[in-house]
Design a protein around this ligand. Structure first.
Ligand code: JAH
Length: 230
């Protein structure tokens, strides 16, 4: 799989050299390319943004510069289909099912905007191009300073699903076991006594039927945070 991130801050993606994703790249399970949007800007200031039509605060990223950058990535891609992901606080919320779909992608291109976002014509333009599947995606209802951190989150969610990336595929099997509902239960390890607190006896029993039942009974379906006190 190929992944490209287009950003004015490619340094944001340095953590991808670490840990599981660093190993996946060295093992050639994924190739991550960084494209500096600034390389497609012109003039002495190499400006990538301008004032919004209709007025208002902040700046909007220019469609011509984004178009040149995305065209360059497409020209140099061997993929038949390119998943163009535009990170946006108003995008469609990412779920595990989306990560599973992306794990089968030939080439994902993350368009990481800054300022007040990318001119809306960029998404519309590539939606008309049959080689592109364009998706505007959000990782949650909060505003970041740009799409880079959201792209990192999606990359981690997707890359860990590529066959061979996880050392222990049992953890993946267990996730799909619990599919959708995402049943999570409390977990414990040594020491058996810690600051006066002990581990539930059933987990020390070796009775796996009883352990499964305890875990089912103590599972929580993840929900939104409790905002009833607001
Ligand atoms: C903010 C460009 N849902 C996460 C998310 C994604 C992108 C952005 N904010 C939040 C963002 C400013 C400019 C993108």
């Amino acid at each position: 799989m190929k992944i490209t991130a287009i950003s004015i801050f490619p340094e944001y993606f340095q953590p991808l050299g670490l840990s599981l994703i660093g190993k996946a790249q060295r093992d050639k399970l994924v190739e991550i390319d960084l494209v500096n949007l600034r390389d497609f800007a012109e003039g002495v200031h190499k400006s990538v943004d301008d004032t919004p039509y209709g007025g208002g605060a902040g700046m909007v990223m220019r469609p011509d510069i984004w178009g040149d950058a995305i065209d360059h990535v497409a020209r140099t891609s061997e993929a038949t289909v390119i998943d163009l992901v535009i990170l946006s606080p108003s995008g469609k919320r990412l779920h595990q099912e989306d990560a599973k779909r992306f794990a089968h992608s030939e080439h994902i291109v993350f368009a990481c905007g800054r300022y007040e976002g990318i001119d809306a014509r960029v998404g519309e333009h590539y939606r008309k191009d049959a080689r592109f599947r364009v998706q505007s995606i959000s990782i949650g209802d909060y505003v970041l300073n740009g799409g880079e951190v959201a792209a990192l989150v999606i990359m981690e969610a997707v890359i860990r699903l590529i066959p061979g990336v996880l050392g222990n595929p049992e953890s993946l099997a267990e996730e799909s076991h619990n599919d959708e509902g995402y049943l999570e239960y409390p977990v414990f390890t040594k020491p058996v006594q810690w600051r006066g607190e002990s581990v539930p006896e059933v987990l020390l029993s070796g009775n796996h039927a009883e352990i499964d039942r305890w875990r089912r009974e103590n599972s929580q379906i993840p929900s939104s945070p409790d905002r009833s006190g607001e």
